[in-house]
Each structure stands twice: as C-alpha cells, then as structure tokens.
Design a protein around this ligand. Sequence first.
Ligand code: E4P
Length: 214
Amino acid sequence: MKFFIDTADISGIKKAHEMGLVDGVTTNPSLIKKAGRDHEQTIREISALIPGPISVETLSDTAEGMIKEADTYITWGSNIVIKVVMTPEGMKAVRALSARGIKTNVTLIFSPLQALIAAKSGATYVSPFVGRLDDIGQVGMEIITQIRQIFDNYSLPTQILAASIRNPIHMLDSALVGADVATVPPATLFQLFKHPLTESGIATFMEDAKAWAI
Ligand code: E4P
C-alpha cells in the first residue's frame, strides 16, 4: 500500500519525506486554507520536493471550468493529479482529462457505486472518505472493502485511495482490505511508529548497555 500524505504543510511533508514515507501528496481547499499560504506557490513547492503524484483540487462546478483549472494546475509541476468532485459534471471532466492522459482523483466518494462510476469515467484514483462516514455512524471501511471487490470483479485499473484516514486502525484496515493507497495526515503517519513496548524496550536496552558500552 502506498502512503500519501494528506496536508499542504511543507514542514510536515519534508519531515515525512526524510523518513521515506511519502509516495504522494493529497491536498484540498480546506488543507490549503489551513496551511495559510498561496495555493500556487504551495503546490509548486510540494511538487518540486516530492516526485510522486500531487493531487490538486478543482473548484468549478462545470466540466468546462474544471478542465480550464486543470490546464493551469498541470503547469505547476510534472506530477500534478487533478482532483475532481463526484458529480455528473465532474465525471465529464474526468472523461475529457483522462482522454488527454491527465491523471485524475475523484474525491468525496461515499458509496461503492460512486466509485464504480468514477472508474468507468476513467479516473486514475477514487477517494472514498472513511473517517467522514464513521462520523455519521456508518462503518467507513466497509465501502473500501466493497470497492475493492467491485474493481477486482471487473479488473478495473482505477486505484483505491483511502481518504479521510484519522487513526492507525484506519491505516491497518486499509492495508488489510487491499486499498492501493492511504492518504494520512502527518500526525497520524508519525503515530504509526509508536508502540509502548518499542519505547520501553529501547529504554531497557539503553539502561543495560550502560553496564558494558564504552
Ligand atoms: C483527501 O483527499 C481528503 O480530502 C481528506 O482525506 C479528507 O479528510 P478529512 O475528512 O479528515 O477532512
């Protein structure tokens, strides 16, 4: 499973990249707002730093507008993926962009059939939002399992990008059910290293080494 980082915060991306943990980056309008910096400048910096795919979200509500935005975004880096919302106009845009060889990520997916529509439209990635489904009392991971089964049934090449990942259990379950990618905020990514037995084991080894190490 590939690890994408779900942030527009350059320092978090750099820290995770130094650990070799960033296969790609996802951004959205809320993450750009949180980073508090110019959109284009931020994306250009991320794109120069990370060789993997960088998702940049369109804001228009028409296919024409989305395609126009995509034409601008792809000039910001060689690895830009165009993020499009799951609407009929969005799917028109995905079909047109895909025909031109431009990679797309269909976002705000909350049902397996939305994922199937996006895949049939030619999406490179679909982003089902696990955490937001959990938030409304639905088990978010179930749709990842169902999408996996549907895509496997028909050998669909679209990659499942588990999004709205909020904790290490979401990461574990995404890997167990066969998501191709999980996109995770930096804090959750760093949490994956932690285990109390690792920490107490290191402390014991260091203490014991004092008896003999030079
Ligand atoms: C990524 O592509 C999504 O925009 C993101 O994972 C949403 O996460 P959230 O539900 O925690 O905002």
